[in-house]
Design a protein around this ligand. Sequence first.
Ligand code: ADP
Ligand code: ZN
Ligand code: ZN
Length: 679
Amino acid sequence: MAVKYASVIIDISHESVDRMFQYRIPEHLVPEIQVGSQVCVPFGLGNRVRKGYVVDISDKSQFDESRTKEVCELAKGSVTADSRRISLAWWMKEQYGSTMNQALKTVLPVKKKVKARNQQVVRSLVGMPGPEPEAGEEENFKKSRKILNPWQQQAVDAFSRDYDQGERTPYLIHGITGSGKTEVYMAMIEHVLAKGKQVIVLIPEIALTYQTVMRFYHRFGEKISVMHSRLSAGERYDQFDRAARGDTSIMIGARSALFAPFENLGLIVIDEEHEGAYRSEGAPRYHAREVAEYLAKLCGAHLVLGSATPSLEAYAKAEAGIYKLFSLKKRAGFGRPAEVEVVDLRREMEAGNKSVFSRRLQDLMEDRLKKGQQIMLFMNRRGYSSFVSCRSCGVAIKCPHCDVSLTQHNNRRLVCHYCGYTIPQPSACPVCGSEYLAGFGIGTQKVEEMAALRFPEAKILRMDSDTTSRKGGHESILSAFAKGKADILIGTQMIVKGHDFPGVTLVGVLAADISLYAPDFRCAERTFQLLVQAAGRAGRGSNPGTAVIQTYIPEHYAVKAASHQDYKTFFRQEMGYRQLMHYPPASHMLGLLVAGRDESLTSRMMELIGQSVARHFASCVEVIGPVPAPIYKVNDIYRKILYMKQENYDILIRIQKYVQDRWDETEDCRQLTIQYDFS
Ligand code: ADP
Ligand code: ZN
Ligand code: ZN
């Protein structure tokens, strides 16, 4: 039998990941020791026996074989929450092609204690700024429990039954906005807490507002802790520490809340599971839904996904019976779904209307302002005009370091949104010298200006990443609007997600097409989601709502299906396209991105990889490219991508390992970086 070696971390924390020690595994222990096992090992000069975790097993000794010590034994009660997290890291490394260090660093919190704080104050508990609580609100919160409607009750009953019987098929709750999904999650959470288990609730960062957190707080009080990007490393550690010690039993947060070290995890809820933010940008480039599915299996926990517009991935699994599907078709509280009207912008042009507001939208705005009702206008672009170009020679002013146009801001500066490069707006074209420079495309600032011009009486608020970059800017704009301090809220996609404004009876989507032209196979899906969500913002109170979708292509299936709020038809059409093109979820795809300062080296290496993969895996994989990345140059770094499609995910993993092995052996690759993106 071949000798095996275990890499062991003694004190399992983010910082000690780089300090692994290798031990030989005695032959009789080889079958028993796995990644994640807790073992006793001799440590330091005195060989004092200490416990540690196995994070890797290999056939190769990294050090002098004669000086390698041996594992003493498997520790008693060796499966702990940490063991599970290490197994999870191992799975992520394999699944997404990262190193074990990267995976461990994703899963383990940074160890930094913060000074003790007064945890009684909700505001500091949730660690986020918000409106001042009303008098008495914090002390005597009522257990605000709704009587569930039959559709909600059906999902909760099924869950309780399945949960008690140990049946763990994941749930997908497809429910229109306002159909009461959050109430359903809360009832399920209650059931799981009563069994002495713990719960993780993922909510996209953008929807993780004070308002949302307070709803959970009102129901569950001090049992909750919250994890979000505005917390410092120390505060994050503190939240994880409280979970590990059993001080809290519900962790609410964005992606990283998934790694809360609960000893007895019983349930993971992922709200708005279709959100792009659930995919991590750094290595390992994991998807929270996939990791949650694996983690739930590992812990015997249940997984519940919810969305008004499920991802194609999740809905396809529901159709295949891998998830159980529940539908909530009616609004639970006040309000009914908005009337949706589609306006063809080509007709506006023909009629001589050059405004960003169609005639129909202007009429409705006037009507709502007269009635004292609120309006939301959605433009998926920040800045004043999206870019500046020359009317004489047609050239657009671009960033010298990146492959993107500069964005015009109203302080007469041009800014690169990728690297921050900024210049004063030039008075003449840098190429032909013409003075006819003009802004093209419309941003949120411009919309604000035009709305003010058209409706001078209206009070207007604008929300985009320019107005919210200040800490708390986000919350203060939303709460001002919620309190009725403005008539019109203008914003980027930030405003269409998850907020409840009962006073809004009109939503205008100014240019539905922008997201349809994104260079991404998911662009129709994104557009559909955005349009449905935007429409869902209207009429959440007692007055009925209208949504106006302005577009140049009203015949596009994503626009059509969204205007009828018809998810199933959209799913069928989009799935047909994915099948035809072998795009996920009909197939799997590995995107391989190589980046470097040296353009020709980057290209050459990419060609070599492409050829070598095509040669070795010719019969079983479809290779596309290499092609320049959608944004070819960022910060003077050139980026190229190679796509590989294959129905069998394991083959893609084999390709990734094959490429990485060759990469590690190639001297020239030291100057380049490689990144894998599985989907
Ligand atoms: P979703 O999460 O699907 O958007 P919510 O759970 O936020 O929906 O519910 C939307 C609104 O309806 C909330 O104001 C909520 O308090 C209310 N609501 C939910 N369920 C019920 C119910 N069974 N009876 C009355 N109101 C409800
Ligand atoms: Zn010019
Ligand atoms: Zn730039």
